[in-house]
Write a protein that binds this ligand. Structure first.
Ligand SMILES: Nc1ncnc2c1ncn2[C@@H]1O[C@H](COP(=O)(O)OP(=O)(O)OP(=O)(O)O)[C@@H](O)[C@H]1O
Length: 703
């Protein structure tokens, strides 16, 4: 397993750190053995010894750039894993272009990733140490956002990632509250420096507690790296996490959803932008300009607070996302007419713990997360495997890094940009077309607990190791045992009665032994094949799991879409119904109005009738008068024509007087009847006329 040459060319240097047992814990049997190198060189290989569980498993051997054993401390890791060259590369010393750096940790939950990268309450991690050396190395060249007025504007204008650039003071005030207000409100000393106690502000706007104390050991105050003395620098901090293969900003607070009481965050895209056509960037992040290490650490604390953590069966607080902490070092030539900002970035990644989903007693969302984590780590393993197989970092297409967000983010800056890719489209790019962008330098620290979970640890080691060698243990005992047994039975059996086997017997035994050896070889080969198949099955299972999650996600999305579509249709239907209801109402109101109008008109007509009644009475009177006159004429005619008939009772006495009074009565009663019944006056007139003719008939008869 000659890896030294290959690992020099590899995209990632992969280190292994073994975690010491917690103090007081009974030391059980280690399943990991560090192979001692022959010379004075540090160890690079480990052997994984499967537990003694009657299952004959292969012994696996893994190669790393270097192995740090349990007694290694933070400083050993800081110096041994090449953090200093990473920081120096980012600063671009001596007028250099600078080189992106990436520092990542990977390991089973509880194996010491966070301890290594972020430290503990008492010890600083590699992040704090890197920030310390970075800020100190550029202390004479760094621009302070509080004093350099144009800094914010120029940095924001040159940022190619559509970022929301903010000053540290404004950001920290939003997250923690105004520290000066805290000091004014209490009798405590003003905001202390790193390592001292912070007084919590009385009314923090985001309710975040300022870290009470930040560790100051290990001390590296004598360590600096080369910077560009002719340049001026600005430091931008951004943080994001990859959760379920989506990118979320950790410095933009999530918006609470009132109905679900959940937090809604907008996923960001990893894409090429107008100002960055040659390489992809996480677009739309919030970036904080920090003038001091303390500010950068406070931003880091705020971002860590935002990061999603949840309890699982394996660890009470387990990282369920891949966390990214980016330190962008903006650099420009120091002069009266400053040039555009360029620069490189140091990205520190805390990869999610890869607990095995079923072992972790997880379910629902957590199970889906575990599936996604396992899948992204599987792709990471494929990329690392491919890089070490190729031993050549200049062929990006051969490393399958575009399969998921995690590998895209980790590997896309690993390859030197080709000439056509490197041509910048805007002056904001620091790189000229003649100077292709340097490929990033990447360091991965794998953490493992030699007393922890064998299965989970072996899976991680398979994903991450630079090389792997499987040895299936031979069964020396099979052949020898049979031979020994048969020989012994022949040689020493008292019943055999002879001291040595015949030549034919010996020959048969030899053939049998050879056959056994051949079969044993065959079995070994089959075992190795089985092991490879098992590994493949694990990978396929992880893929299947993540596909199932995806299906569930898509189903949920489709349901949501259907629901909102249905809601829209219902709303449209409701609007239509309301409109036709309003129309109907208008119609019925119109109908009622018309009815009312008719009623009013008839009432008016009645009123008019009332008013017209005397006129009709007058006309009746005149009719009466006319009739009286006619009757008088007729009486006179009758009298003139027959004087003998004059003996008869005069007509006037007999009828006309009665008729007159009767007519008078009718007029009065007819009038009152008309008013009472409201009937038509025309009808009454007709009745009257008929009565007149009836009477005339009577008169005629009389005549
Ligand atoms: N090298 C070490 N020396 C001393 N203590 C350690 C070391 N590594 C880990 N620990 C301790 O082990 C515990 C678990 O470690 P840590 O939280 O770093 O695990 P992790 O891998 O980050 O887990 P997770 O994935 O759940 O975040 C912590 O209490 C930590 O202090």
């Amino acid at each position: 397993m000659e890896q030294s040459q290959k690992s020099q060319n590899a995209l990632f240097q992969v280190y292994l750190r073994l975690r010491p047992p917690p103090p007081g814990q009974a030391v059980s049997e280690r399943f990991l053995t560090v192979e001692e190198p022959g010379d004075d060189a540090p160890p690079t290989h480990i052997t994984l010894n499967p537990p003694n569980d009657n299952r004959r498993r292969a012994v696996e051997k893994f190669a790393f750039t270097e192995v740090f054993e349990e007694d290694s401390n933070q400083l050993d890791l800081f110096h041994g894993t090449g953090v200093l060259p990473l920081v120096e590369g980012v600063l671009g010393p001596q007028g250099g272009e600078g080189r992106d750096g990436l520092l990542a940790t990977l390991g089973v939950t509880g194996s010491g990733k966070s301890h290594t990268i972020l430290g503990s309450r008492t010890q600083r991690g590699l992040t704090q140490l890197a920030l310390d050396v970075l800020f100190r190395s550029i202390s004479n060249n760094i621009l302070d956002p509080a004093t350099t007025t144009s800094l914010h504007a120029t940095v924001a204008a040159s940022d190619p990632s559509e970022a929301q650039v903010m000053s540290s003071q404004m950001f920290l005030d939003t997250m923690y509250g105004d520290p000066t207000a805290a000091s004014r409100a209490s009798s405590r000393a003003p905001t202390p420096m790193v390592g001292e106690s912070y007084a919590p502000p009385p009314t923090p706007r985001r309710h975040l507690q300022r870290p009470s104390a930040l560790p100051i050991v290990p001390d590296i105050s004598n360590v600096t790296v080369d910077a560009d003395s002719n340049a001026e620098y600005a430091i931008l901090i951004s943080m994001y996490e990859v959760y379920n293969d989506r990118i979320f900003d950790l410095l933009t607070p999530a918006i609470p959803n009132k109905s679900t009481k959940d937090f809604r965050r907008r996923p960001l895209l990893f894409k090429s932008t107008e100002q960055s056509p040659d390489r992809k960037v996480v677009a739309g992040l919030r970036k904080i300009i920090c003038g001091t290490m303390k500010e950068a650490l406070m931003v880091l604390e705020a971002g860590l607070h935002e990061r999603r953590v949840a309890g699982t069966g394996s660890n009470s607080v387990s990282s369920r996302s891949h966390g990214f902490f980016c330190v962008e070092v903006k650099k420009r030539r120091r002069s009266r007419m400053p040039t555009q900002w360029g620069g490189s970035a140091l990205t520190i990644v805390d990869l999610a713990g890869s607990e095995r989903a079923r072992d972790a007693k997880t379910q629902g969302a957590t199970l889906a997360e575990a599936g996604k984590i396992n899948e992204s780590l599987m792709y990471l393993g494929q990329c690392l495997q491919m890089q070490s197989d190729l031993g050549n970092s200049t062929k990006p297409n051969l490393v399958p890094f575009r399969q998921c967000k995690l590998t895209e983010l980790l590997f896309s800056n690993s390859f030197p940009s080709t000439s056509h890719q490197s041509v910048p489209s805007t002056p904001s790019h620091h790189h000229s077309s003649q100077q292709p962008r340097n490929p990033q330098k990447a360091v991965m620290i794998v953490t493992a607990d030699p007393l922890g979970d064998f299965n989970a640890t072996s899976q991680i080691l398979r994903y991450s190791a630079l090389a792997r060698e499987i040895t299936v243990p031979r069964i020396p005992s099979v052949t020898s045992t049979i031979l020994a047994q048969s020989t012994a039975s022949h040689y020493f059996s008292p019943r055999a009665g002879r001291m040595s086997p015949t030549d034919t017997e010996r020959e048969t035994m030899e053939i049998a032994a050879l056959e056994i050896a051949r079969m044993s070889e065959e079995i070994d080969g089959l075992r190795a094949e089985l092991l490879a198949e098992q590994q493949q099955r694990l990978e396929v299972e992880a893929h299947l799991e993540s596909m199932t999650d995806r299906i569930m996600e898509v189903e949920a999305e489709v349901r949501e879409e259907c629901f909102s579509e249905m809601e829209e249709t219902m709303e449209a239907e409701m609007r239509r119904w309301k409109a036709s209801w309003a129309q109907e109402q208008d119609k019925s109101e119109e109908h009622i109005d018309r009815k009312l109008e008719i009623y009013t008109r008839s009432i008016d007509a009645c009123e008019e009738d009332k008013e017209n009644t005397p006129v009709r009475d007058i006309s009746l009177e005149s009719e009466n008068e006319r009739l009286r006159r006619e009757v008088e004429i007729l009486r006179r005619e009758v009298q003139g024509r027959s004087p003998s008939k004059g003996q008869r009772a005069p007509l006037r006495d007999m009828h006309v007087g009665d008729l007159g009074s009767q007519m008078e009565k009718m007029r009065v009663s007819g009038g009152s009847q008309r008013v009472a019944s409201g009937g038509s006056p025309v009808k009454k007139v007709r009745k009257l006329t008929a009565k007149k003719w009836d009477m005339m008939g009577e008169d005629d008869d009389l005549l």
